[in-house]
Write a protein that binds this ligand. Structure first.
Ligand SMILES: Nc1ncnc2c1ncn2[C@@H]1O[C@H](COP(=O)(O)OP(=O)(O)O)[C@@H](O)[C@H]1O
Ligand SMILES: [Mg+2]
Length: 365
């Protein structure tokens, strides 16, 4: 059942085209994350769904109803902003009650509702404080609480955790995920943080310069990026890119990347490969490990002997920079495996995880 439908949506500010022909269908109960670099149009798209910005052309449906010309307050949505947007002179309780009071709900119903949601968010002991007497994390909880009491059809979040420190972000992220699991309300969540997107999304929408690049489940977008932009935007450290050319020998395809010829027998080409085609081979650091480590498909890895030139401990694993001809690639080794610098080691490439892009179009082939 489609809960939100964005059809042929365009938005311009003067001559600046901020959204270009956006089409998106969101099913009831999905947690959709809009991901992309700053300025790519994520907030604009969210504001258009909320009704805070007007479309230049296109249509928005929520719950089967055309809301393109409907006021924000009549769209049955609740929005949580990065800036919290709390009323500074009101108590936490009044902030949470406000929206319901404006809608004329009786206080006898509002009180228990606010207290229930406050308990859920562990802010029930803060109800009589002012926002200025709260930490950033507590303020964001209040902002979320204010959205929750409304029991809307759709939650919209615009980078709600961006002002919090790393540890608090991680724990709030988990709480938002739990909330969604228990409430099941449709949500659109904007972030430029790929880890937040990977962990929260049921499906993610990767955007660049006002255009949707890819829509899919996080693991699908991570493992099968449709182009170099998406491949590069996800993952930390980022995907390794090796420039080369395709070779076709009989029915077998391989990629000559200078220092090695990588067999691509197991790769499912979406477009027929052409001999000599200039390509970029993408492989994530976790798919480059000591040859002794078993690969994701259980098979033996493709092995090469390479020289480590730099290592970094991250605590959970060791990042190892390896010289591969003219290029450098990064592997992710288990934390108890630290190679010696300058001493060649057998490196396994998990080629079942490879992505192949056309060098010119930058698209997956
Ligand atoms: N009111 C506005 N007037 C003119 N340009 C705007 C306005 N709002 C946003 N923009 C521009 O639209 C683009 C997308 O902005 P935004 O949706 O806020 O991006 P994001 O949320 O992905 O960082 C940016 O180039 C921004 O400068
Ligand atoms: Mg924004």
């Amino acid at each position: 059942m489609i809960d939100i439908r964005v059809s042929n949506c365009n938005k311009s500010y003067g001559s600046l085209r901020v959204l270009k022909d956006i089409n998106l269908e969101i099913e009831r109960g999905e947690f959709i994350v809009l991901l992309g670099p700053s300025g790519c149009g994520k907030s604009t798209l969210l504001h258009i769904v909320a009704g805070l910005d007007r479309l230049s052309s296109g249509e928005i449906e929520i719950g089967g109803r055309d809301v393109t010309d409907v006021e924000p307050k009549d769209r049955d949505i609740a929005m949580v902003f990065q800036s919290y947007a709390l009323y500074p002179t009101m108590s936490v309780r009044s902030n949470m009650e406000f929206g319901l009071r404006m809608r004329g709900k009786p206080m006898s119903e509002i009180r228990p509702l606010v207290e229930e949601k406050a308990r859920m968010l562990h802010i029930d002991h803060l109800l009589d404080r002012r926002p200025s007497q709260l930490s950033g994390g507590q303020r964001q909880r209040v902002a979320i609480g204010r959205a929750l009491v409304r029991d809307p059809k759709v939650f919209l979040f615009d980078e709600p955790l961006s002002n919090l420190d790393a540890k608090l972000r991680a724990s709030m992220r988990t709480e938002i995920k739990k909330l969604h699991q228990s409430l099941g309300t449709t949500a659109i969540y904007v972030t430029h943080d790929q880890l937040e997107a990977m962990t929260l999304a049921t499906r993610m929408v990767v955007m660049k310069a006002g255009e949707i690049q890819q829509i899919g489940k996080p693991e699908e977008v991570y493992h099968r990026p449709v182009n170099l932009f998406v491949a590069d935007f996800l993952g930390n450290p980022g995907m390794n890119f090796m420039k080369g050319h395709l070779r076709l020998d009989g029915g077998r395809v391989s990629a000559d990347v200078g220092a090695a010829t990588l067999p691509l027998d197991g790769y499912a080409f979406e477009v027929a490969p052409v001999a000599g085609q200039a390509v970029v081979i993408g492989l994530r650091p976790e798919s480059i490990q000591p040859a002794s480590v078993q690969m994701s498909d259980g098979g033996a890895p493709y092995a090469l002997t390479l020289k480590p030139i730099l290592t970094e401990h991250t605590g959970s694993d060791n990042l190892v920079v390896l010289a591969m001809g003219e290029q450098e690639i990064v592997g992710k080794f288990p934390s108890d495996m630290l190679p010696k610098l300058g001493e060649p080691v057998a490196i396994g490439f998990d080629l079942s995880r490879v992505s192949v892009f056309d060098a010119e179009s930058e698209r997956r082939i």
